[in-house]
Every structure is written in structure tokens, then in C-alpha cells.
Design a protein around this ligand. Structure first.
Ligand SMILES: Cc1cc2nc3c(=O)[nH]c(=O)nc-3n(C[C@H](O)[C@H](O)[C@H](O)COP(=O)(O)OP(=O)(O)OC[C@H]3O[C@@H](n4cnc5c(N)ncnc54)[C@H](O)[C@@H]3O)c2cc1C
Length: 645
């Protein structure tokens, strides 16, 4: 079978010389040149003068000059024509040392060896799906797995992925999903402007094609449709119970099973439970005194029956969501008041609202490995470099401004970007330049639309909190009333109340959420002592604030979880749970590392990353490459294994 990334063959009738030349106007030139290397086998490309000059996240032209790009297109046209005229043969996979040289060339720096295996796995240049649950003896494995029914809670990105992998491994499973459809975050967040912040050619499963995106940062309907399509292609839908909520689960130590209670009154019995309920699924609305008479809703519960046209709207909160929402509604409303407690740091990203041109889609579909190298190009700059920016240098001063030299350089760059957009509006500068270290809260992607919107005459930015509500408006904490027809709460999620409101009862009735209190913790973010055969995806300590994509993390977690289940099934074991010493040591290590990050900075107020005591529990302080390495192969020594009685 042809490698699915080797390019869909075309003919002169499909793609004339002119068609190809037109398509090349759109594409990422450095990525194109690497695809040429695959087509021609000519590694001299790596030594030639046409090459990227620098690296920056989402700058996919490598700062090449217009002349160099034009020359590269002419060069590529000849290579592609030749390849076409030879019948678009499947290129031989390049040697590992050549691939490594290609990586270094594309990102203009040495990609350390420790990353190469991870990246090769992510890129699947060999056409294989290395994270698939592929047992050595599929028949025997499926027979063993058949005795291990699993309940998955949630059918968002993580639950769907778990279902696909369990299916591959032969485990019987059911997915319980409280919504009527797939996608979780991308099902519920239908507010205007909702879109992903991580480029979609990376924010998609590594094993699913990604040549269809119409925008580089797709909006919610397209993301939801993507997950719907994946679900249907893998036949997961017939295993899902929609519109059903899991109320809780109770472990029976004698039977070594979980009883999973559903809101329709039924109780399911399973040998293992995988929680895939997400960290951003339970909306947070602050408890504000008073009452507002008009329509009022949270962004994740958008009321599409309310027409905002010509209305006075107050948006409370301008973090990641408000930042997307405000530019999307400002034009239609009569007046928009944005109430924001703290300004946000933002990252320049001119492509944020850009469409994917037809040439790019053609290249993704037809040019060998173009999509794979493009994936690498948007993965690498955000892979672990953000962690360096987040690390606190205790000797650096002043810490209220930045936490290290690198962090300070970021502050200067971001400040320049922000102030350059509000020239002529000195009244806005103080309001929009944050007064805390950069990357300490979720850093936003910006193409200028936010500040342009704030400069509109019908938009006011109020740097304040909310004091109380009145029938016809919102009174801020400075006592100023903002009249409103509609109030929108862009106030985020209850991220620190993980698994809320489920009651998970483990051995001897141990209550997981009560045990955690405000400190949710789990070994590798997935397993907890006294809660055998219970696995969490996107659990404590796995959210990413430093870069990467949560899909990457989920793929690591699901591989590990399925390996655990395979160990249970193949070993005829009753149960497994992490050793308390490993779990506790892991937690202490995480906390020690998190305390040395900007996310825990005492100089940052109103940070949803922190719990009531100012500690961070949701985020991962680890490099992606470390998490990948730790979850690549389960170590059964980390677990207490219980044999069947
Ligand atoms: C607006 C927004 C933008 C984001 N942008 C990015 C981004 O750019 N990049 C990125 O990496 N991440 C982003 N995220 C994070 C995003 O949540 C993850 O990328 C990903 O969607 C998480 O998938 P999940 O399946 O783990 O959780 P979710 O998508 O939250 O899905 C959880 C599912 O579990 C279901 N569920 C919960 N409780 C129960 C229960 N008791 N019973 C039954 N079902 C239940 C929910 O209904 C939901 O369907 C964003 C999040 C938001 C809110």
C-alpha cells in the first residue's frame, strides 16, 4: 500500500504546468523545498543557497526574501513536473541522518538528538501509525481484551481518541457523553469567533489526514465537523450513549469492577474506567450580587436565540475567550463594554484569521510529505521553547516584571507589538500593556484584531472587576454603571475542580475529589493509588501553557493507558494502581517544578492556573519530550498489581 503521506498521484490532465505554478504561489517555500528533496532524492537542496533564514512560530516562509522564494518556486516547478511525468512514484524514505539534516535545515537550528525519535513518530514519514494499539499477536490480544469492558466518560477529543485505540486493541467499550454530539470543547463553545490557538495542521490527530482545513486556525464549526468525521470513519459513534451523564463510579474490590452510575438511572459494570471529561468543561460564572433582567449567559452556553444586533452588550472577562469574542461581535452591536481585570499578553500571529489557499491544500494533498514537514514546522517552534521562557531565574530582578532574561526579552517583544498597535491612543496604552511577567497567564494569539476593536468608537475597555448587577446593567468595582441589554460572561471554567461534579469512590469508599481537595494530583496525570483501573486523560498536571497541542499530550496518555489495559488483560490481572511512593514522589517533583515557573508567580493576580492558595495543579511543568518518553512504554514496576482471586 502506498504511504498515505507520499502524495496523491496526479497527471498532466489533473495538474498542468500552469496549475502547478499557480498552486506554488500559496505554499510554504521551505516546506516545498523539502518535499522536492523527497521527489528528486537530491540532498544537495540542503546545501544550496535557497534556504530558510530564521524561525518564529507560524512564520512558515522562514523569512526568505521574495527573490529567493521566486527562485525556489521555479526550481520546484521543474522537480514537480519531472516527478509527475515519471508517474508520481512513491519516494524512497530518506535515511535517518538525512531526515535529521532536513529537520535542522527547516528550523535553522540543531534539533537535539533526544527529540528526533519523538518527531519521527509524530511525523510518520514511514506511513505507519506508531501510536496505534498494535499488539504482537492481535488475535490472542483481542481474546484477552474481550474480557475487559471499559467505560469512557466523555466524547471530546480525548474520549474519542481513547475509543479509537481501544477498538484497535479489541477492548469492548462504551462512551458516555452528556452532550448530544462529539467534540467536547468544540461542541460546547459556539460563541462567535471561537477558534483554535494552535495551528490546525498540528492541532489534529497525528494519524488522521489534515489536508482539508479551510483556515490555519479553524473556527468551532470546522473543528466539531473534524471530530465528527473522525468518529464516523472509525465507527465509534455506535458505541456512544449521547445525552447521558455519568454521576459517579464506585470500585468493588472483591469483584474488581467499577459500577458507573448514569443520570438515566442505569448502572454499568466495567473492569476499567477512562475519564476524558476535560479540564475546561464546567463553566465558571462568578457569584455576583444583584440581578440583571435581560439575557445573560456564559460563552460556553451561547444563547443563539439572542440577536446582538443594535444591542448594548457588556462582556465580563477578556481572557482567551473574550479576546476571540469581542472582535467578532463589535461591529454588529450598538455599544460594547468589555470589563477586564487584567490585561493579556499576546503573541504576534498574522495568520490567525487567514484562510488556507487552494495551493496549500493542493500541496498538502499531492506533494510528498509536504503536510508532514508543515506539521513539524509549526510544532517545533512551540515545542519546549515556551518552557524555557516560563522558568523562573531566582536571581533575576525585578520579578514583578519578568522572571528571567529570556522572559524579559519576550516582555520587550510583546510590549513593542502591543504599543505599535495603539499609537495615537495613549489612553489605551496603560490599559492594554500587562503589568505582570509575560506568559504567566494563557498567552493569546493576535493578528491585531483585538486592539483594532478596542479602538472602535462603540467599544469601551473597563479595567475593573464587577461589583454587582442591576436590572439594566453591570456596576463595576469602581462604582460605575454600564447599561446593558445583554450580559455575556467570558469568565472561563472551573479548572481546579477536576472531575466535578462526579463522585468517584475507590477502595474502601475513598472519595477522589474529597481526597484531592484543592490539590488534584495523579501519577503522570493519569492514575491514583486506591483507585484501581481508573485512568484520567487531560488530568492533573497535564494541561499545556508552554506550547504544544493537547492532542499530542492525549496521544501520549492514551497510548500509556491502553498499554496498562493490555497488561491487565494479557497478565490475567484483576487490578492495577500506582505505587503510593511513585505517585507521591511524582507529585512533589511536579510541585517543585511548577513553583519555579512564571505560572506560579505571586505577582500575577486572577490567574485561573492557580488554586485558592496560589498553587498550580492543572499544568504540566515538563518538556513534551520528557512526557513523551515517560509515557512511551508503561513500567509495571510503577504499579501495584493485583492478581485475580
Ligand atoms: C475556547 C477554547 C479554546 C481552546 N483552544 C485550544 C487550542 O488552541 N489548543 C489546545 O491544545 N487546546 C485548546 N483548548 C483546550 C481543549 O479543551 C483541548 O484541546 C481539547 O479539546 C480537550 O479535549 P478533551 O476531550 O480532553 O476535553 P473536552 O473537550 O472538554 O471534552 C470533555 C467531554 O466530556 C464530557 N463530559 C464531562 N463530564 C461528563 C460526565 N460526567 N458524563 C458524561 N460526559 C461528560 C463533556 O460533555 C465533553 O464532551 C481550548 C479550550 C477552549 C475552551
Amino acid at each position: 500500500m502506498r504511504n498515505p503521506h507520499a502524495g496523491l498521484p496526479f497527471t498532466t490532465a489533473d495538474a498542468s504546468d500552469e496549475d502547478i505554478a499557480v498552486a506554488l504561489e500559496d505554499v510554504s517555500i521551505p516546506t516545498l523545498l523539502l518535499s522536492c528533496l523527497h521527489m528528486s532524492g537530491d540532498t544537495a537542496i540542503l546545501d544550496g543557497p535557497l534556504r530558510p533564514q530564521g524561525l518564529f512560530l507560524n512564520e512558515v516562509q522562514g523569512y526568505m526574501s521574495e527573490e529567493d522564494k521566486a527562485a525556489a518556486r521555479l526550481f520546484a516547478l521543474d522537480v514537480i513536473k519531472d516527478w509527475r511525468d515519471r508517474g508520481c512514484p512513491e519516494p524512497e524514505p530518506p535515511r535517518r541522518d538525512v531526515v535529521k539534516a532536513m529537520m535542522d535545515w527547516l528550523v535553522c537550528e540543531d534539533v537535539p538528538d533526544e527529540y528526533v525519535d519523538m518527531l519521527l513518530e509524530e511525523m510518520e514519514l514511514d506511513g505507519g501509525d506508531a501510536r496505534a494499539a498494535a499488539p504482537a499477536d492481535p488475535e490472542a490480544a483481542a481474546a484477552a481484551a474481550a474480557a475487559l469492558p471499559v467505560v469512557i466518560i466523555g466524547c471530546g477529543m480525548s474520549g474519542l481518541l481513547a475509543a479509537i485505540r481501544l477498538q484497535e486493541a479489541g477492548f469492548p467499550y462504551v462512551v458516555i457523553e452528556k452532550n448530544e454530539g462529539v467534540g467536547g470543547t468544540w461542541w460546547e463553545n459556539t460563541y462567535p469567533g471561537a477558534r483554535v490557538d494552535v495551528g490546525n495542521h498540528f492541532y489534529c490527530y497525528s494519524f488522521e489526514p489534515s489536508d482539508h482545513w479551510t483556515e490555519f486556525f479553524a473556527q468551532q464549526p470546522e473543528l466539531q465537523a473534524y471530530f465528527q468525521g473522525v468518529m464516523e470513519r472509525h465507527g465509534v459513534d455506535r458505541h456512544v450513549r449521547w445525552g447521558t451523564e455519568v454521576l459517579g463510579a464506585t470500585w468493588d474490590d472483591d469483584a474488581a469492577t467499577w459500577s458507573v452510575a448514569l443520570d438515566d438511572g442505569e448502572t454499568l459494570t466495567a473492569r476499567a474506567v477512562i475519564s476524558a471529561v476535560g479540564q475546561l468543561n464546567r463553566p465558571f460564572v462568578p457569584d455576583v450580587p444583584g440581578a440583571f433582567d435581560g439575557p445573560s449567559f456564559h460563552t460556553a452556553r451561547w444563547d443563539h436565540s439572542v440577536d446582538l444586533t443594535g444591542k448594548r452588550v457588556v462582556v465580563v472577562g477578556a481572557g482567551a475567550t473574550g479576546f476571540q469574542l469581542v472582535p467578532a461581535i463589535a461591529e454588529a452591536v450598538e455599544h460594547l463594554t468589555v470589563i477586564q481585570r487584567t490585561a493579556q499578553w499576546m503573541f504576534p500571529n498574522p495568520n490567525y484569521h487567514e484562510s488556507v489557499g487552494p495551493g496549500v491544500r493542493w500541496a498538502l494533498r499531492h506533494l510528498p510529505f509536504y503536510g508532514r514537514w508543515y506539521r513539524f514546522l509549526i510544532f517545533w517552534p512551540g515545542c519546549d521553547k515556551g518552557l524555557v521562557t516560563a522558568e523562573v531565574d531566582p536571581d533575576w530582578e525585578p520579578q514583578h516584571q519578568s522572571v528571567s532574561e529570556v522572559n524579559d526579552l519576550t516582555r520587550v517583544m510583546f510590549t513593542d507589538w502591543i504599543t505599535s498597535q495603539v499609537e495615537g491612543r495613549p489612553d489605551l496604552v496603560d490599559k492594554v500593556v500587562p503589568d505582570y511577567p509575560p506568559t504567566g497567564k494563557r498567552t493569546l494569539q493576535d493578528n491585531g484584531s483585538w486592539l483594532k476593536t478596542l479602538c472602535r468608537r462603540n467599544v469601551d475597555l473597563v479595567r475593573s472587576g464587577v461589583d454587582h448587577l442591576e436590572a439594566d446593567g453591570v456596576v463595576d468595582s469602581d462604582g460605575v454603571k454600564h447599561e446593558a441589554d445583554v450580559v455575556v460572561w467570558a469568565t472561563g471554567f472551573r479548572v481546579n475542580d477536576m472531575l466535578l461534579p462526579m463522585e468517584i469512590l475507590g477502595r474502601d469508599g475513598a472519595d477522589l475529589r474529597a481526597r484531592w481537595g484543592i490539590r488534584p494530583r495523579a501519577y503522570l496525570g493519569m492514575t491514583v493509588p486506591d483507585f484501581p483501573n481508573f485512568f484520567m486523560l487531560y488530568g492533573p498536571g497535564t494541561n499545556l501553557a508552554s506550547g504544544g497541542s493537547l492532542i499530542f499530550h492525549s496521544e501520549c496518555e492514551v497510548r500509556y493507558t491502553v498499554q496498562c489495559l493490555q497488561a491487565l488483560a494479557d497478565g490475567g490481572l484483576a487490578a492495577m494502581e500506582p505505587r503510593p511512593d511513585r505517585h507521591d514522589e511524582w507529585y512533589e517533583r511536579c510541585q517543585a517544578a511548577l513553583k519555579m515557573t512564571v505560572w506560579a508567580s505571586p505577582h500575577i493576580e486572577h490567574n485561573f492556573y492557580k488554586n485558592a492558595e496560589g498553587d498550580v495543579h492543572g499544568l504540566s511543568p515538563w518538556r513534551l519530550v520528557d512526557f513523551w518518553q515517560w509515557t512511551r512504554q508503561v513500567d509495571l514496576d510503577d504499579f501495584v498489581l493485583t492478581s485475580r482471586r
